[in-house]
Design a protein around this ligand. Sequence first.
Ligand code: ADP
Length: 228
Amino acid sequence: MIEMIDVWKTYPNGTEALKGVDITINKSEFVYVVGPSGAGKSTFIKLMYREEKPTKGTIILNGYHVEKMKERQIPKLRRSIGVVFQDYKLLPKLTVYENVAFAMEVVEAPKKHIRNRVMEVLELVKLKNKVRSLPSELSGGEQQRVSIARALVNNPGTMIADEPTGNLDPETSWDIMRIFEEINMRGTTIVMATHNKEIVNTLRKRVVAVEAGRIARDQQRGEYGYED
Ligand code: ADP
């Protein structure tokens, strides 16, 4: 479960990115975060995994009081959240296998579990035949599937994605969404910021619209609601 209570974020340069956000996201929900550019969607997402700290307010994620966590506790939080980015953020010199295994190594998972688990998640994203490839040898869609495998490998209860289809063509975007659906069906909570109108209006989920730092709309099986 994710809970934000009266959350505010003002950046050091004075920009008020979030202005009093209250929201509860239950376990196994699938939530789209939509809204105009600059509305505060990325900030909203970054606060959840402590990439940024709120100026004021309370954030509880999977039982952790996120805004109060000490630096040394943050790895524990990150283990319970998988994060997927628009630009994949893979390590360019590591193979597909090594990119995914690395996420387990940094949290000191037992060595004997690593191989099986890495192969299991690569199977889920249908990349078992690319284990030895480097990111530069993959298509955008394949790179995004590696980043999803990496996000999932520690079995997180929550997956957060910031514009995961932003660099992909429509067909590849749907491949990625089918994987997200599968992950969500297995019980993982998904929070996904997106500008993809077609996906939001077709694969109906809860829609949270952020506008000028506030939640302007929150609907079950909602619509995208913007023209772009
Ligand atoms: P969105 O994801 O909806 O486009 P963001 O959360 O990225 O919105 O940005 C919200 C507002 O905060 C914008 O005005 C943006 O310019 C500003 N902003 C985002 N990150 C920073 C930062 N690190 N420092 C200062 N201002 C920022």
